[in-house]
Design a binder for this molecule. Structure first.
Ligand SMILES: NC(=O)c1ccc[n+]([C@@H]2O[C@H](COP(=O)([O-])OP(=O)(O)OC[C@H]3O[C@@H](n4cnc5c(N)ncnc54)[C@H](O)[C@@H]3O)[C@@H](O)[C@H]2O)c1
Length: 435
């Protein structure tokens, strides 16, 4: 499962060969660790157009300190919210052109845009242009540098989002457009353990991405409930014990799954992560209903059923968070995965439709993570050639790790992320598929 090519390209002969042959040159990504929680370097705050965001105090709290001495910023934030017409885009070029080369390895470029104004086609053109700009720049930067666009109206409401994007936690999130609403809803919380006192239920958490999600939410202070099928009970107990949580052996497709969760957790939950998922690949022409049905059932129908049941029963407390798992296969499509692609696109539909109602009616946000190629048992089973193509076909030229999906989930689950709602955030290193 190990990415040997990534290790090889870090050696002197590896560097020589990849340069000579024009092969992908993945840079080792700098991820979060307790010993090194911040990026290695300072922040450069640039503005294009006239901005009324009042960003400086927020950046002072979120990002690394200002880049005063090195001239090699680890993070660059370009506030382009004030660009209202095509002419103004020249300022985007003028701001970033001189600095882009100097951004440190594993650095971050975050472009801030305004929501598209449907009544002003000049503003709409200029702000949409930022999307094409961001996505193109993400494909150019290399050296583990990520580039993302955040559309916002209130800098404080976007504080948790900026903190995430300007940290090593977002190492595999690039080429994304994230919309942050106007409501700043951060309740009191401990900065190091923001989920302290909260309960998080993660489905399919006995292994793989779900296990990493449970681990990361526990790091952030949550009491975790590790749900997985009864056959995986031993593994679920092992994970729960390690994290000081509890295991809940349950097949999420059971008709009464919602009721059984409510019964097992009478005090309710604050975070619900729908991570359980399966594949049963085959081209549609060769796919019997027996391979179609379970994928739709596990990945989509049971997610809808349990979400409805837990919201209706008030099991998800106010201020709660739902994070579902989509996939780039549901965005780009994938041969052999009509069942899986349908189920994951369904998740996107659910999230976008439910988000405003769940927030208005229950005070709960609903978002999704859409993983790209993540190094797990699921992808280790993929034939070598397809696996190698999947790994490299993204701007960072490598697969992500389960922890990358977990960190993204933890940001969405954060008490200060109440203004992030209805978003589908890809954790794919800016995959070329469905880009
Ligand atoms: N690995 C990737 O590259 C990748 C890419 C895109 C999306 N995803 C999605 O991420 C999620 C996790 O993937 P993974 O790679 O860790 O998979 P995995 O197979 O390693 O783990 C999935 C877990 O879900 C559990 N599960 C399956 N059916 C269940 C059910 N009916 N009830 C309860 N638990 C059930 C399994 O027992 C297992 O522990 C899935 O939704 C998957 O579709 C993964």
């Amino acid at each position: 499962m190990a990415d040997r090519y990534l290790s090889f390209t870090g050696t002197a002969p590896g560097r020589f060969l990849t340069r000579r042959l024009g092969l992908p040159r993945p840079a080792p990504l700098r991820r979060w660790s307790a010993a090194r929680p911040e990026l290695d370097g300072g922040l450069l705050h640039l503005t294009a157009g006239t901005s009324g965001l009042g960003l400086a105090p927020v950046l002072a709290r979120t990002g690394p300190g200002p880049d005063e001495t090195t001239g090699r910023p680890a993070a660059v934030v370009l506030d382009a919210t004030g660009i209202r017409d095509a002419e103004g885009l020249a300022e985007v070029h003028a701001a970033l052109h001189p600095v882009v080369r100097s951004v440190a390895a594993s650095g971050r470029i975050v472009v801030l845009g305004a929501p598209i104004d449907p009544a002003d086609h000049h503003q709409a053109a200029a702000q949409q242009a930022l999307e094409g700009f961001t996505r193109s720049l993400g494909k150019e930067t290399g050296r583990g540098i990520t580039v993302n666009l955040v559309r916002l109206t209130d800098a404080r409401a976007a504080e948790s989002t900026l903190r995430f994007l300007l940290s090593p936690k977002s190492a595999y999130v690039s080429g994304q457009v994230i919309e942050v609403g106007p409501h700043a809803t951060a309740g009191p919380h401990d900065a190091d353990r923001p989920l302290a006192g909260r309960t998080a239920l993660v489905t399919g958490a006995a292994r793989g991405i779900g296990e990493a999600v449970a681990e990361t939410l526990a790091r952030d202070g949550a009491t975790v409930v590790v749900l997985d099928v009864p056959q995986a009970e031993q593994d679920a107990r092992r994970v729960a014990e390690r994290l000081g949580g509890s295991a809940l052996p349950l097949d999420i497709t059971a008709a009464d799954a919602g009721a059984r969760i409510a019964e097992a957790l009478p005090d309710g939950i604050d975070v619900l992560v729908h991570n359980a998922g399966i594949t049963r690949d085959r081209r549609l022409a060769n796919m019997p209903a027996e391979r179609w049905a379970p994928v739709l059932e596990v990945n989509l129908a049971s997610v809808l059923r349990t979400t409805d049941a837990l919201l209706a029963a008030g099991v998800l407390r106010r201020g709660g968070r739902i994070v579902a798992t989509a996939s780039i296969a549901g965005i780009a499509g994938n041969a052999g995965q009509t069942n899986y692609g349908a189920s994951k696109a369904g998740i996107t539909g659910m999230v976008r439709s439910l988000a405003p109602h769940a927030l208005a009616g229950h005070g709960v946000t609903v978002n999704a993570v859409a993983p790209g190629f993540i190094e797990t048992k699921m992808t280790a089973a993929v034939p070598l050639f397809i696996r190698e193509a999947g790994r490299r076909m993204n701007s960072l030229a490598q697969g992500g790790l389960p922890v990358d999906v977990a960190e993204t989930t933890a940001w969405l689950a954060h008490p200060a992320s109440g203004a992030v709602n209805g978003q589908v955030v890809r954790v794919c290193g800016q995959s070329l598929l469905g880009a």
